[in-house]
Design a protein around this ligand. Structure first.
Ligand code: C5P
Length: 221
């Protein structure tokens, strides 16, 4: 039994990797599976929320009752999120957004010409979707994620302050991309709190339900 702690609320979630095209057949992406974001979308819908999920390229089924928008690049993700954000009570950014994109998209496949010359791919910085939403005049409650290989608490706290969000959720322990179990660290202005509380690992759906309950408690009545 799941209490409807998000009844009447609207929740916007980004999930998965982004794909930054180099040419029509190549691009830069990462190993984000999208599982945590999809689990959160499911948990939020189960908790009674109206959920919009903006997903990068992933092979996952849309959770029941969730509205899904598919995007590829960081810019497309921002373009999908921005007009929706103000109408939502909560924004959860789980997407592993590429920090950079090729500055130019080649119109045709870049060919090897046999000369041994290697293409130089100039990069541009991508927009920070979470920080952009958090800087809106009346932002939703913003939750970020921190996928760090070391010193999670420190990096999560830095993100909390730099992106001006209410909560940053750190992944504790070894890389969790693609795995079903995880352990989290909740970092907010008050301090740090592991989830599960005993520091063990738990299935992503169980973590997502606990996180949804925690987020619900942070919303204005
Ligand atoms: O700065 P960093 O990428 O480590 O921050 C991670 C958090 O910020 C995640 O919640 C991620 O979804 C979000 N983010 C974003 N847009 C970016 C980069 C990160 O929304 N361009």
């Amino acid at each position: 039994f799941q209490p409807k702690v998000l009844a009447g609320r609207r929740v916007l979630i980004t999930a998965g990797p982004t794909y930054e095209a180099i040419d029509p057949v190549r691009g830069i992406t990462n190993l984000s599976s999208g599982k945590m974001g999809f689990a959160l979308a499911r948990a939020a819908a189960e908790a009674g929320a109206r959920v919009t999920l903006v997903a990068g390229p992933v092979h996952l089924e849309t959770p029941q009752g969730v509205t899904r928008l598919n995007v590829k690049s960081a810019q497309q993700m921002l373009d999908a999120v921005l007009p929706l954000a103000a109408a939502h009570d909560v924004f959860i950014a789980t997407a592993a957004v590429a920090d950079w994109r090729p500055a130019q998209l080649a119109e045709h496949k870049i060919k090897k010409d046999g000369s041994g010359q290697v293409p130089q791919i100039a990069m541009s910085e991508n927009p920070d979707i979470l920080a952009t939403v958090a800087a809106l005049p009346q932002p939703p409650l913003c939750v970020g994620f921190a996928a760090e290989s070391q010193d999670v608490a420190h990096h999560a706290r830095q993100k909390l302050q730099r992106k001006k969000v209410a909560l940053v959720v750190g992944n504790i322990g070894p890389a969790t991309f693609g795995q079903d179990n995880n352990a989290l660290l909740l970092v907010d202005a008050q301090g740090d709190q592991p989830l599960p509380a005993d520091g063990s690992r738990a299935p992503k759906l169980a973590l997502a339900r606990a996180l949804v309950a925690d987020i619900a408690r942070r919303l204005p009545k």
